[in-house]
Design a protein around this ligand. Structure first.
Ligand code: SAM
Length: 282
């Protein structure tokens, strides 16, 4: 969109707000909300506290999944008339497991400028501190609440080499970790990132086996807001071809355990995977 067009119509701002710690509110987010003609909030009562804390006096209207199809055309009209409107959610970045998709799509179709005002996002905060690979990751939102559907979804992700990220409700955390252990495998590493930026922030990265035990021993860890991150399928990440070649040569001269240990030293391959490969050769 050209500058000239943008000056005629208003701008739709997508504004991130803190996920717990109000010090994470950015000065740009505060100024954008204060200067907007209208704030669209997922829950006006919930956001009322935040707006008050930052002295933001702009009026706020509720915008959520249940009213967005009916409400969006009216918002587009106001934007076309030149008003600037800011979308926020209860916490973090709007549209990330939060409402707004229909509105942003409608605004783009109406050729209205959409501008993000970035800030907190629970999945990115969790990933950045998880100690798990962040070069490729998939955000899956919330898993299905019913066990059958959840296990099916996990089965479909099992071989994926990218890091997998989930949001989870506290009362389903233990069941979810147990299903992950069963379907993805007890030895796969994962991270539970809880209450990020808040007083009881806890970030624990361990095998799914150990995380499952930890939750059983300390049910207090199943409280608050939670992100689960699971490492990608490591079996797919190693260079099977080179590992296999080195292992095959060494197996001609050494016992399987000696050959595996030597291959780990030479190629840096994963011990468990190499054992499986050695067993398959016998
Ligand atoms: N839009 C938000 C964002 O940018 O992260 C997410 C909204 S979604 C409805 C809420 C879920 O995000 C929670 O159930 C939890 O899984 C995750 N979440 C939000 N705040 C969190 C926090 N402080 N610590 C850990 N997880 C959090």
């Amino acid at each position: 969109m050209s500058q000239e067009q943008a000056s005629k119509t208003g701008i739709l701002y997508v504004v991130s707000t803190p996920i717990g710690n109000l010090d994470d509110m950015t000065p740009r987010a505060t100024a954008t909300l204060q200067n907007a003609d209208l704030i669209l909030a997922e829950d006006t009562r919930h956001s009322g506290g935040l707006l008050k804390k930052f002295g933001i006096t702009t009026s706020a209207k509720a915008y959520h999944d249940h009213n967005e199809r009916e409400f969006a055309p009216k918002i587009i009209e106001r934007l076309e008339a030149g008003e600037s409107i800011a979308l926020i959610s209860d916490a973090g970045t709007p549209l990330v497991s939060d409402p707004g998709y229909f509105l942003i799509k409608s605004a783009q179709q109406a050729d209205i400028q959409v501008t993000p005002v970035p800030g907190s996002c629970a999945l990115i905060a969790a990933l950045s501190a998880s100690g798990l690979a962040s070069d490729r990751f998939t955000f899956n939102g919330f898993l299905p609440p019913k066990q059958n559907a959840r296990q099916k979804r996990l089965q479909a992700l099992k071989m994926d080499t990218a890091t997998q990220i989930f949001y989870e409700a506290p009362h389903r955390l233990a069941a979810c970790i147990s299903d992950l252990k069963e379907v993805i495998g007890a030895e796969r590493n994962a991270c539970i990132a809880r209450e990020l930026t808040k007083m009881y922030e806890t970030i624990r990265t361990d095998s799914l086996e150990n995380l499952n035990k930890w939750l059983a021993q300390d049910p207090g860890q199943c409280r608050g807001e939670i992100v689960i991150i699971v490492e990608g399928n490591p079996a797919e990440q190693i260079d099977d071809g080179e590992d296999q070649r080195v292992l095959d040569i060494l197996l001609e001269y050494l016992s399987p355990s000696q050959a595996v240990a030597a291959t780990v030293k030479i190629t840096g391959g994963k011990k468990n995977q190499l054992y499986k490969m050695a067993q398959e050769k016998q």
